[in-house]
Write a protein that binds this ligand. Structure first.
Ligand code: BEZ
Length: 400
């Protein structure tokens, strides 16, 4: 069977192009009528079905909201979207990304949510030297061992929000913890980030529970946790899985007995669905909906007006992805193949985000503040800053 990946490799051989060669911009946007230039094609490869569908939808809608705010163009070009449901399915990731590049001929890849899918997508983006911006997935390798000049992230590395939570729990006097998550890179990396800072602050992880993604049969594990009686529980779940987990945790009678902590993906976007069951959960994240800054004050009502939904971290990341692309592409007049000039503009951008201003590291990951939040009266409220300007260690990153 000829896959899209092998078609891509053959095409490159035929054309004799050097993969990864940084292009110097000699770009003239194709003119097809006086005063008009070819549209910039943006491939949105995101989950629009399954447990992460609401995350993909918020990223998409906030990207489009920001695009309208900047006048509907990126780098002076009108934008055409090609949307692809990646189903949070890692085995399909490379073929899906390759299809967007070869068949749909996108200029820019935006995606995705699931770390395993993002890794496959980034491998194709690297190979084909297509600009990719990741608006959620925290896979370490994207801005770590497989970092690349053409791959950027506007969200977080999985290590960051996990690492931010360890000292918070230690300060709350928690000494023994059970962790629970899905068995895939986002789960492992967020738990490892948490363990690193929690154990450095004197804490002990007494049990680590893993479930296959996206399973939600939590009951037996909750019974086990009740028997272990840790001081607290720390988890990573998100989307529909988070809704089920929060409800089951309360339903099992653990809410009043063993405090629940998590990275903020557990509560973002789900509070209406879980009602009182989320009260008291403490999380760490790079966003809180009530943040008092001018960009957030404009963004939250604008997102609500456009979608009838509440803003959350996923929407923020989609919004900021458009901002970063807008700044970068404006600097090179819409030439997504401008290479070094484009990438250095993007890396040096200080993004004025609803989360507060953030910078981009040399490995292309946000350097940003992490907040402590707690659910009170159905809202995630700000308790304080857990870590200021936290940078991912970017282990193994060599941009060459
Ligand atoms: C991830 O797979 O990297 C991820 C998914 C949902 C929320 C946060 C991270």
């Amino acid at each position: 069977m000829t896959t899209l990946i092998s078609q891509l490799s053959r095409r490159r051989l035929l054309l004799g192009t050097a993969a990864g060669a940084a292009a110097i911009s000699t770009f003239t946007p194709t003119r097809f009528a006086i005063g008009q230039t070819a549209k910039l094609k943006v491939g949105l490869m995101l989950p629009y079905s399954g447990t992460y569908a609401s995350l993909g939808n918020n990223i998409t809608d906030a990207f489009k909201l920001r695009l309208a705010e900047v006048g509907g163009k990126l780098g002076g070009r009108d934008v055409e979207f090609v949307q692809l449901d990646d189903e949070s399915a890692p085995p399909k990731a490379k073929d899906n990304a390759a299809r967007l590049i070869t068949k749909d001929k996108v200029d820019v890849l935006v995606g995705t949510v699931h770390s395993g899918v993002a890794a496959g997508m980034a491998a194709v983006a690297r190979e084909e030297n297509v600009l990719m911006v990741c608006p959620n997935a925290g896979a370490a390798e994207l801005t770590g061992k497989n970092c690349s000049p053409n791959v950027f992230r506007t969200s977080f590395s999985n290590w960051q929000p996990g690492y931010a939570c360890g000292p918070v729990m230690a300060k709350d006097g928690k000494k023994t913890v059970v962790t629970m998550t899905w068995n895939y890179p986002a789960g492992h990396e967020q738990i490892n980030g948490f363990k690193e800072s929690f154990t450095a602050n004197g804490g002990k992880v007494i049990k680590e529970i893993l479930l296959d993604f996206p399973k939600v049969e939590f009951q037996a594990y909750l019974t086990e946790i009740a028997a272990l009686k840790p001081d607290a529980v720390f988890v990573f779940f998100s989307g529909d899985g988070a809704v089920k987990f929060i409800k089951d945790y309360a339903g099992a009678g653990l809410k009043a007995k063993i405090p629940l902590y998590a990275t903020g993906f557990l509560t973002d976007g789900v509070l209406q669905a879980v009602g009182n069951d989320a009260e008291g959960i403490k999380t760490t994240l790079h966003y809180v909906p009530g943040l008092d800054n001018p960009v957030n004050k404009k963004f939250v009502p604008a997102f609500k007006a456009a979608t009838k939904r509440e803003a959350d971290v996923f929407a923020v990341q989609g919004y900021d992805t458009c901002t970063l692309l807008s700044v970068g592409l404006d600097a090179v007049k819409g030439d997504a193949k401008a290479g070094r000039t484009l990438y250095s503009t993007m890396q040096n951008t200080i993004v004025d985000s609803p989360r507060g201003r953030f910078t981009i590291s040399a490995a292309h990951n946000p350097v940003q503040d992490f907040y402590v939040r707690q659910v009170k009266n159905g809202q995630d409220v700000l308790l304080g800053v857990a870590v200021k300007a936290l940078a991912d260690p970017a282990a193994g990153c060599n941009m060459g």
